[in-house]
Design a protein around this ligand. Structure first.
Ligand SMILES: [Zn+2]
Ligand SMILES: [Zn+2]
Length: 223
């Protein structure tokens, strides 16, 4: 909560202005702190049935849970949320395209492999936040136990830089204006390598790009 409040204040944003929280899946780096946030500000939390079960979130008192289907679009005020089921080692994970009027923002992290469905779902976005989790060589040489390396590199783990670059190549469109490389591993990747991949693909185009750091905030952009 302290870290979140600090990040929000750096963006001149008050957490009290949040209307809802969307949870993609039950892994601690995504759901940790959500109950405290929801309770403190009295905001509902959206997640799939599988995520609730796996996180035992239903036992949280004083938190309103709104169950979503990973296959059905839904609305929160003026936003349309389009969830996409993704191959990742969680119970019922989904990632999102968020629409407001004509604008479309895609959030795609925690995805082990590219599917035809994913490519279709995240096409024609104005902005993309895309996982560049690890460099294959750095992961192999990292201190992680072998089983963890297998998990991360597996088809239900995380995108490596090459997978992310390949998918991004397919998602390039005339309307794409911003790309942020995200969910970058501290132990098996470097910001420099991700920047090189983004530069190789987006340098010379009008698309602006950046890195979502593990610590610190990403500046506001207007889509
Ligand atoms: Zn994650
Ligand atoms: Zn995860």
């Amino acid at each position: 909560m302290r870290r979140l409040e600090k990040c929000a204040s750096e963006l001149d944003f008050s957490l009290a202005d949040l209307d809802s929280v969307l949870v993609t899946h039950e892994h601690a780096d995504h759901i940790g702190g959500v109950a405290a946030l929801a309770r403190r500000y009295g905001i509902p939390v959206y997640m799939t049935h599988g995520t609730q079960i796996a996180s035992s979130f239903r036992a949280e008192r004083d938190v309103e849970i709104r169950e979503i289907s990973a296959h059905e679009p839904f609305s929160i005020d003026a936003l349309t949320l389009r969830p996409a089921p993704v191959p990742h080692d969680a119970k019922e994970p989904c990632q999102f395209v968020v629409e407001h009027g004509e604008a479309r923002i895609g959030l795609l992290t925690d995805v082990g492999s590219e599917t035809f469905h994913i490519e279709q779902h995240f096409a024609d976005c104005d902005a993309l936040i895309l996982e560049f989790n690890h460099d294959t060589k750095m992961l192999l040489n990292s201190q992680y136990p072998y089983s963890v390396k297998q998990r991360i590199a597996g088809s239900h783990g995380h995108f490596n830089n090459q997978q992310a670059q390949t998918l991004l190549g397919k998602l390039l469109s005339k309307r794409l204006k911003y790309v942020f490389g995200a969910h970058i591993s501290e132990n098996a990747n470097s910001y420099h390598l991700v920047q090189k991949k983004l530069q190789a693909l987006l340098g010379g185009t009008d698309i602006q790009w950046g890195i979502a750091h593990q610590t610190g905030v990403t500046p506001w952009v207007t889509v």
